[in-house]
Design a protein around this ligand. Structure first.
Ligand code: FSX
Ligand code: SF4
Ligand code: F3S
Length: 375
């Protein structure tokens, strides 16, 4: 890439060249792109015109937007706002009322067929959609109007993807997701409540670099982010295979970082890259299961907010994985909880993981002290 281009990006994004190239490499890695793609991404981000984005908010908590803007990583929000031209966003807009709606229509008219439409929140359908109105229009009317001339449509969050929390039983407003409403359009969905901001960013970067949205699965989810079960990459997986489970919150197993399957973890039936790219912010090492809470399956229609936490997850595969997470032992301070979990887990593997798993999964009794440390 030309030096002048990198200088331009330094000025525009306030990022050093090294950080910018690292960001491009991270995006390429998140999307599983081949060698050289980072350079293509860098080139596209420097030279491509920022696509106008119309961002709609319907039935939701605004967590999708918050997760993007409040991420600890200081460059994330900057990158998002610099890569796209956010022409309409109800939470972030300085304008209000008719002014805001006029700006949305002006941007759509000026960028016919060129703008990205991002839908956040579920869309109520009952009683002609009267349960969510913005500027006098129902969400239903608005989403149809905005989708008509959009170049591409992204449903961000579980609410927009399939109805999410607002659609839970008894669903009094008839809430549903954008793909159901926009049946004749292709809608890329980025479920999660909230979704990982890097999955959204990677999707936009893919669009900018290659001129199209990434390949998706049958539910419209980018394959790069949703093709693996959480259970496949979970750092507690060695414990699962060795038959070591937390049985109650705060018990010895829970404190030792054992598997959360018996506390209702839905990782075995939930597709998402949370354990791989981490959640909240890349680098902080935080994600639900990592903090000791079972995955509730927030990315998965029919699981998140629907399947009770006390119901055990369906096990799709019961064989141990081919590889295991790397063990990093911290110096000086003893081990981190994660390292202790891994060391203990891998130790357990050495003594017959399959047999232990079969034995412990069959247990319904409450734990007693003999459940721990025996393996
Ligand atoms: Fe909230 Fe978004 Fe959940 Fe929904 O994220 S975090 S309720 S997915 O639409 O704002
Ligand atoms: Fe991790 Fe949950 Fe699977 Fe246990 S059941 S290994 S905590 S994803
Ligand atoms: Fe959601 Fe489970 Fe990931 S609760 S954020 S899918 S770990």
């Amino acid at each position: 890439m030309k030096d002048s281009m990198l200088t331009a990006i330094e000025t525009r994004l306030g990022l050093s060249r090294r950080s910018f190239m690292q960001f491009c490499a991270a995006m390429a890695a998140t999307m599983g792109l081949p060698k050289g793609a980072d350079a293509q991404i860098a080139h596209a981000l420097v030279s491509a015109k920022r696509p106008p984005v119309i961002w709609l908010h319907f039935q939701e908590c605004t967590g999708c937007t918050e997760s993007m803007l409040r991420a600890e990583h200081p460059t994330l929000e900057k990158l998002i706002l610099d890569i796209i031209s956010l022409d309409y966003h109800e939470t972030l807009f300085a304008a209000a009322g008719h002014q805001a709606e006029a700006a949305r229509r002006a941007s759509m008219a000026a960028n016919k067929g060129k703008y990205l439409l991002v839908v956040e929140g579920a869309i109520p359908t009952k009683d002609n959609g009267i349960y969510c109105k913005v500027g006098g229009q129902t969400a239903l009317e608005m989403v149809h109007e905005c989708a008509a001339d959009a170049a591409a449509i992204i449903a961000i969050g579980s609410c927009a993807s399939w109805g999410g929390m607002p659609s839970t039983s008894p669903n009094p407003t008839g809430a549903t997701g954008a793909p159901v409403i926009l049946k004749d359009k292709s809608v890329v969905t980025i479920p999660g409540c909230p979704p990982n901001p890097y999955n959204f960013l990677s999707t936009v970067v893919h669009y900018l670099t290659f001129g199209k949205l990434p390949e998706v699965d049958a539910k419209g989810r980018p394959k790069f982010a949703y093709s693996r079960l959480i259970h496949e990459n979970c750092e507690r997986r060695p414990h699962f295979d060795a038959g070591r489970f937390a049985q109650e919150f705060g018990d010895e197993g829970h404190r030792k970082g054992y598997c959360l399957y018996k506390l209702g973890c839905k990782g075995p039936e939930t597709y998402a890259n949370c354990p791989s790219i981490l959640f909240g912010d890349v680098g902080s090492g935080s994600w639900p299961v990592g903090t000791g809470h079972p995955c509730i399956g927030c990315t998965e229609q029919g699981i998140g907010f629907q399947k009770p936490i006390y119901e055990l997850a369906e096990l799709k595969y019961v064989l141990p994985p081919v590889g295991y997470p790397h063990i990093v032992e911290e110096q000086g301070q003893g081990m981190s909880a994660g390292s202790a979990a891994l060391v203990a887990g891998v130790g357990g593997l050495a003594v017959g993981a399959g047999a232990m798993m079969a034995r412990n999964l069959g247990k319904n009794k409450k734990p007693d002290d003999t459940d721990f440390g025996k393996e």
